[in-house]
Design a protein around this ligand. Structure first.
Ligand code: ZN
Length: 130
């Protein structure tokens, strides 16, 4: 079953909340590393778009920041899918991803079957497989 408008609104609110949380954390990291206050930094950044954020984080090159940035991008992509109406449909087969899976992984792009296939063919994470 496709998601209802109400469910979409809930996911949108959830995704936005997570993004905001992450961005706040990232800005706090930047503020710490620059010895500036978070308030000063947040005040100077009016548009917390991807680029503005990536610029700020450029000197803060560590694994945790990179992971958080990746998550922000995933959240942005999910929000874009809500905006264009493709949220909740599998990017590969077009079937519904399913409410249960979306509740567990709100940024899921694929249904569980396609995700498994994707991970097998793109075995990037973990040990290299031959
Ligand atoms: Zn699929």
């Amino acid at each position: 079953m496709p998601l209802t408008g109400k469910q979409l609104e809930e996911f949108e609110a959830l995704l936005k909340r997570r993004r905001q949380q992450l961005v706040t954390e990232l800005l706090e990291d930047v503020a710490r590393s620059r010895d500036e206050s978070y308030a000063d930094l947040a005040g100077s950044v009016t548009d917390l778009g991807d680029e503005a954020l990536a610029d700020l984080l450029a000197d803060l090159d560590n694994a945790e920041v990179a992971r958080d940035m990746r998550t922000v991008r995933e959240l942005d992509a999910a929000l874009a899918r809500i905006a264009d109406g493709s949220y909740g449909s599998c990017a590969d087969c077009g079937e519904d991803i399913g409410l249960q899976r979306l509740r567990a992984y709100p940024t899921a792009e694929r249904c569980i079957k396609c995700q498994e296939v994707h991970e097998k063919t793109h075995a990037g994470r973990g040990e290299p497989r031959l």
